[in-house]
Design a binder for this molecule. Structure first.
Ligand SMILES: *Cc1c(COP(=O)(O)O)cnc(C)c1O
Length: 381
């Protein structure tokens, strides 16, 4: 049985007429830049995330970059973030001439460890960028407390985590900025690139609105140096059709996570494969299916023989991925930061041991069973 890592066509089949109608409306109006489609989607996102303002942006990467631009960050400033994330998180810090300062992760959550951040704060530190990796919320209470004590901005990289809750509130509305991506593989995926920033602060929102359009306010007068960071009306139209379905898709992902947990337990593999844990389950409160603290953009297992397992699963027709094989402190482009292997042992161990399994909402029981059966076959060889 073939099991792809992700099957976007399965989702498209369920919404094709609505999406095509929304796209046709944009073409009929020939209004492609900002306008009512973008505004309506922004309002829906602000309401969904529980934030006062939402600003549509060209991509998740640009959302992160713009949040740091809106804080006025540049050379001499330090921003603390995780070395175990997608490149964009730290890349945006460096692109502004600021210095990415890494703090290691907690091995269970894969998210930045608050106590490790505390060790890295200096007089140059201006912001903390937690990543809600794989769709699991970072420890926002501890992070916000640190930020308040040291007067730091908190920029949430929520690119993998739209809809994730932390103590009953959705991510993106917990720090000073929430940055989202609508890259097609994210839980809310567009027809190309797209992103969004949420904030509670009207002054920050006004800065972001100006910055995404060359810092222009009014037309052809520039108080700030911004850029073209606009979300396309076509993307907004497609995403607005999809947004009301997001909670249902997340429920499908949680159901699949709960199914995997049952299947791995039934196969007697839970001592050889480390399954992702939800904060609720760790607190003894609930199982994966009812916990809203993890939206499973990725379902990540840990196995010591990761690369051999991945090759075996590929041969069986089962799609997997490694997010991410090399932590950021060891990337060639960051050699100037002077890091060595061993500097962030938990991130390095995660990079060597983690594997993403298919978790998309339309995954069938038979497919989940095939995945676990193949992993059992590999481990029993
Ligand atoms: C996807 C992603 C981004 C970048 O988003 P794009 O829309 O692809 O630019 C940034 N950070 C994380 C953690 C991501 O997963």
């Amino acid at each position: 049985m073939n099991v792809p890592l992700l099957d976007l066509k399965a989702q498209y089949r369920t919404l094709q007429p609505q999406i095509e109608a929304a796209v046709a409306e944009v073409f009929a109006a020939q209004a492609f830049i900002l306008g009512p489609k973008v505004q309506a989607f922004e309002q829906a996102c602000a309401a969904y995330c529980g934030a006062a303002h939402a600003i549509g942006i060209s991509s998740g990467t640009d959302a992160l970059l713009m949040a740091l631009m809106a804080e006025g960050l540049g050379p001499g400033d330090e921003v603390i973030t995780s070395p175990y994330t997608f490149f964009a998180t730290a890349g945006c810090i460096a692109r502004l001439g600021a210095t990415p300062v890494f703090a290691d992760i907690e091995p269970r959550s894969f998210n930045i460890a608050p106590q490790k951040i505390a060790e890295k704060i200096t007089r140059k530190t201006k912001a903390i960028m937690p990543v809600h990796l794989y769709g699991r919320a970072a420890e926002m209470d501890a992070l916000n407390k640190l930020a308040r004590e040291h007067q730091l901005a908190v920029v949430e990289d929520a690119c993998q985590a739209i809809g994730t809750e932390f103590r009953g509130r959705r991510v993106g509305a917990l720090g000073d900025y929430g940055c989202f991506s609508f890259f097609p593989t994210k839980n809310l995926g567009g027809a190309g690139d797209g992103g969004l920033i949420t904030t509670h602060d009207p002054a920050r929102a006004a800065r972001l609105v100006a910055l995404r359009n060359h810092g222009m306010e009014p037309k052809y007068f520039h108080k700030l140096i911004g850029g073209n960071f606009r979300l396309d009306a076509l993307q907004a139209a497609v995403l607005h059709v999809k947004l009301p379905h997001l909670d249902g898709w997340m429920a499908g992902r949680r159901r699949n996570a709960a199914r995997y947990a049952q299947l791995f337990a039934a196969a007697g593999l839970t001592d050889r494969v480390t399954l992702p844990a939800t904060p609720c389950a760790e607190a003894g409160a609930a199982d994966a299916e009812t916990c809203h603290c993890h939206v499973f953009n990725q379902y990540i297992i840990r196995v010591p023989q990761r690369d051999a397992l991945r090759a075996f699963l590929t041969e069986r027709g089962i799609g997997t991925e490694v997010y991410y094989p090399l932590p950021l402190h060891l990337q060639e482009c960051f050699r100037y930061l002077g890091h060595q292997p061993g500097d962030f042992p938990e991130s390095e161990r995660a990079a060597a041991e983690t594997l993403a399994l298919p978790i998309y909402p339309e995954l069938t029981d038979a497919q989940a069973e095939a995945v676990v059966a193949a992993i059992r076959d590999f481990l029993r060889r």
